[in-house]
Design a protein around this ligand. Structure first.
Ligand SMILES: Cc1ncc(COP(=O)(O)O)c(C=O)c1O
Length: 470
């Protein structure tokens, strides 16, 4: 249903962006990824290479991971459930994936490595394992208002306290200390890096703070793990969660790594086959270890590809990795800040430690309209909305959302140039097409472009799926 329109401005001129040697390291991708050369149809006709600036939502598969999937697929069979050759191989691949992931995060030898569907699933699993005595939770979960809903909503079902982050990281740590000092906190739940702005939190310092007051810490590493090396043993982090699909292995798996005592005593996450020692008609003895929470047939290919991706990302030259990401980010931030009417958003004023995420708004335009324009007229894909972080967006004064460009090892400077050129053109000459709101999203009017024949919907028509995850 159409509820609003935004008419085009007539006439557009070519856009320009500057490039200097500081950014040359990012001229090429750091690693090969699938889909790097797909062509996106433009609303005014023709095609252009798709500039994927939406890695923070789901990253493309590494080419190595895609090849590995093809290699192991013929051996795909039941896990833990068969004596046959392929079943034995699948079981071995699945169990070995735990060791690989443990190594990637610097896990302790006795840490449980539990495969889940994603970070959301991992944190919900942990919420069912908080310590209980005489049927009551023995402490509260403490979290900040900057969290993704995955690290906020699971704690609302258990005793909890929240803290509004201060304008500086330093003052935020102090606010957390005040809450922790009051006592009764069993778990500090904190993100490793904001999915909204990319700012990194000091997890070693936060772990020390939590432990000083007898609490444990869980780090939501959904955004951090694809961008920074993690060492939970060195940083003394108790639990860590992340998703395969943000770490170049988009095959439906996630992971929770951490101390086994709470996990072995907690509520089994998925009651069913494989999670039990012995089941009787009306009672059960639950297994311990990862099996307790992995009821049903596991996602062996998801776990295996996640593990393979961690091997590739774990082997990257750190200096080059950071230089590549920093070059794209600096180029983008500096370029956006030069454009009149564009604001780049940050949570804290005292940190520059940031992953490959840039959050911004363009004055006079809905974020959703800018995203639709960039996609339709420039072949640039990025995220708009509230990023499943409603409390933070409200506090930042962005109740109707903003834009997020995110990138990674498959990105190249040209992706950022394309985004800047699009925004420059928007400010200079306005939209080149008419846009309407359809099913709650801005889309180009009279869109006749089509998807590949195997994808049923045509963008911008009544058949397009509404975006529910804002
Ligand atoms: C920081 C953060 N935490 C958790 C999640 C949830 O991840 P998933 O959708 O894989 O469960 C996301 C996803 O965007 C995220 O960015």
């Amino acid at each position: 249903m159409t509820t609003a329109t935004f008419p085009a401005n007539p006439g557009t001129a070519p856009a320009t962006t500057r490039l200097d040697e500081r950014f040359s390291v990012a001229r090429r991708p750091l690693s090969a990824v699938t889909g790097a050369e797909i062509q996106a149809p433009l609303i005014q006709g023709g095609h252009v290479r798709y500039a994927n600036l939406d890695y923070g939502a789901s990253a493309p598969a590494l080419s190595v991971v895609s090849a590995y999937l093809n290699e192991i697929l013929p051996y795909y069979a039941s896990v833990h459930r068969g004596a046959g050759y392929a079943s034995q191989i699948s079981t071995s691949v699945y169990e070995n994936a735990r060791n690989i992931v443990r190594g990637f995060v610097g896990g302790r030898p006795d840490d449980s490595v539990i495969f889940t569907r994603n970070t959301t699933d991992s944190l919900n699993l942990l919420a069912g394992c908080l310590p209980v005595a005489d049927g009551r939770h023995t402490g509260e979960v403490l979290y900040l208002d900057i969290e993704h809903h995955a690290n906020l909503l699971p704690w609302q079902g258990v005793p909890h306290r929240s803290v509004v982050a201060a304008p500086t990281l330093k003052a935020t740590l102090e606010s957390l200390r005040i809450e922790l000092r009051q006592g009764d906190i069993s778990l500090l739940a904190v993100t490793g890096a904001s999915n909204v702005t990319g700012e990194i939190l000091p997890i070693r310092e936060l772990a020390a703070l939590a432990h000083e007051y007898g609490a444990r810490i869980v780090v939501d590493a959904a955004q951090l793990a694809p961008h920074r090396r993690i060492d939970i043993a060195a940083d003394d982090v108790d639990y860590l969660a992340f998703s395969g699909h943000k770490l170049y292995a988009p095959f439906g798996s996630g992971v929770l790594v951490g101390r086994p005592d709470w996990l072995d005593a907690g509520t089994p996450h998925l009651a069913g086959g494989g999670a039990v020692r012995e089941a009787r008609l009306d009672s059960v003895s639950w297994a311990t270890g990862p099996a307790r929470h992995e009821g049903g047939s596991p996602n062996v290919l998801g776990a295996a590809t996640l593990a393979r991706a961690t091997q590739v990302i774990g082997a990257l030259d750190q200096e080059l990795w950071h230089a590549h990401e920093t070059a794209i980010r600096s180029f983008l931030v500096e370029g956006l800040q030069r454009i009149d009417g564009v604001t780049v958003h940050q949570i804290f004023s005292d940190t520059n430690d940031t992953i490959g995420v840039v959050n911004f708004s363009v004055a006079g335009y809905d974020a959703g309209l800018v995203a639709a324009y960039l996609s339709a007229e420039h072949g640039v894909g990025l995220r708009d909305g509230r990023f499943c972080a409603h409390p933070l967006l409200k506090r930042l004064g962005l109740p109707s959302g903003s834009l997020r460009a995110s990138f990674g090892v498959g990105s190249r400077l040209e992706d950022a140039q394309r985004l800047l050129a699009g925004i420059e053109e928007l400010r200079r000459t306005g939209l080149g097409w008419d846009y309407v709101v359809d099913a709650g999203r801005w889309v180009p009017a009279n869109d006749t472009r089509s998807y590949p024949e195997w994808a049923p919907n045509t963008p911008g028509t009544a058949g397009a799926a509404p975006c529910t995850d804002d």
